[in-house]
Ligand binder design. Structure first.
Ligand SMILES: NC(=O)c1ccc[n+]([C@@H]2O[C@H](COP(=O)([O-])OP(=O)(O)OC[C@H]3O[C@@H](n4cnc5c(N)ncnc54)[C@H](O)[C@@H]3O)[C@@H](O)[C@H]2O)c1
Ligand SMILES: O=C(O)C[C@H](O)C(=O)O
Length: 328
């Protein structure tokens, strides 16, 4: 058995937390040979509910669960953390855009970035799930001078998985036939799910579908507005699928992407593909030995360019907004 690693989760008593913790403890995120110590952060009034979740975790007698810490202090929950999943934040309600949460949630990520910078493992991998995820990640990394900006990611994996599922349905193929999906940009309605480079059974997905009207007017809005459709149907924002995507993202980051495929991760732009430097933007990536590399050399046509620029523009506006709020 390997020595245990420390996994911090914020908002651990919330609905995503309830789906997430049990799967991390079961080995779904880091592998069936990797023991974990869970370090759970909640606001003080939620600690009682969190204690109930810990009772249930203990009642599972997970062989890989080597310990559980709970706290309402980020410096305790993030101490020596190897992985941190920043979930704790308000979810949106019907009729809201995710950016409407910036005023309410942005303030959470400044102190959490500062605390990670002070006490987490120097190699910590941080995934921001709480919305608006990209800009919250930007706030956190901007307040973490002792860590590298690339140690902070935002989650576009749920959009990536939705994009695969919708394409599988359209083509009548299993999800396993679909490779090289990309979500460019923001986890918002401006995101750009790219079929021009995706493959279905090794064939180009855009050519196979051969229906630009469907792509532009059905597929793109279905994927981009799926979060709102879930809220409309469930009365609550997605939770199990969000937790699953967080597991997938961290698993890819820790254990790598398979040969012949890539995934989508949002992190600080180095200027690749003409994306302004510093924006936390979704890119196609491969991961090997924990090293995340943007897939190079993809041809970007005029349709894609306009979509990629529009989502970058929105992120730039969010960046200006958090500067004005004094969060970075
Ligand atoms: N990126 C994505 O794809 C994606 C997908 C689904 C949901 N989300 C977002 O994830 C967030 C959480 O969703 P949820 O459904 O679990 O919400 P929830 O309200 O059920 O749970 C959030 C939890 O966070 C806690 N919390 C609030 N402030 C905190 C703080 N400062 N420190 C620690 N914990 C804190 C709350 O007490 C609550 O228990 C929302 O912002 C939601 O919009 C993102
Ligand atoms: O849409 C939301 O507000 C929740 C989440 O970001 C989602 O995509 O399901």
């Amino acid at each position: 058995m390997k020595p245990p690693v420390r996994v911090a989760v914020t908002g651990a008593a919330g609905q995503i937390g309830y789906s997430l913790l049990f799967r991390i403890a079961s080995g779904a995120m880091l592998g069936s040979d990797q023991p974990v110590i869970l370090q759970l952060l909640e606001i003080t009034p939620a600690l009682k509910a969190l204690n109930g979740v810990v009772m249930e975790l203990n009642d599972c007698a997970f062989p890989l669960l080597a310990g559980v810490v709970t706290s309402d202090d980020p410096k305790v929950a993030f101490k020596d953390a190897d992985y941190a999943l920043l979930v704790g934040a308000l979810p949106r309600k019907a009729g809201m855009e995710r950016s409407d949460l910036l005023n309410a949630n942005g303030g959470i990520f400044k102190p959490q970035g500062e605390a990670l910078s002070e006490v987490a493992s120097r190699n910590v991998k941080v995934l921001v799930v709480g919305n608006p995820a990209n800009t919250n990640a930007f706030i956190a990394l901007s307040n973490a001078p002792k860590l590298k900006p690339t140690q902070f990611h935002a989650m576009v994996r749920l959009d990536h998985n939705r994009a695969i599922s919708q394409l599988a349905e359209k083509t009548g193929k299993p999800v396993t036939a679909i490779k090289k999906m990309t979500i460019w940009g923001n986890h918002s309605v401006t995101q750009f799910p790219d079929l021009y480079h995706a493959e279905v059974d090794g064939k180009n997905a855009y050519d196979l579908v051969n229906d630009h009207t469907w792509y532009e007017n059905v597929y793109l809005p279905t994927v981009a507005k799926r979060g709102a459709a879930i809220i409309e149907a469930r009365g609550l924002s997605s939770a199990a699928s969000a937790a699953n995507a967080a597991i997938d993202h961290m698993r890819s980051w820790a254990l790598g992407t398979p040969e012949g495929d890539w995934t989508s991760m949002a992190f600080v732009s180095d200027g690749s593909y003409g994306v302004p430097e510093g924006l936390v933007y979704g890119f196609p990536v491969t991961v090997k030995n924990g090293q995340v590399e943007i897939v190079k050399g993809l041809e970007i046509n005029a349709f894609s360019r306009a979509k990629m620029d529009a989502t970058a523009k929105e992120l730039d506006e969010e960046r200006q907004a958090v500067k004005q709020l004094g969060l970075v």
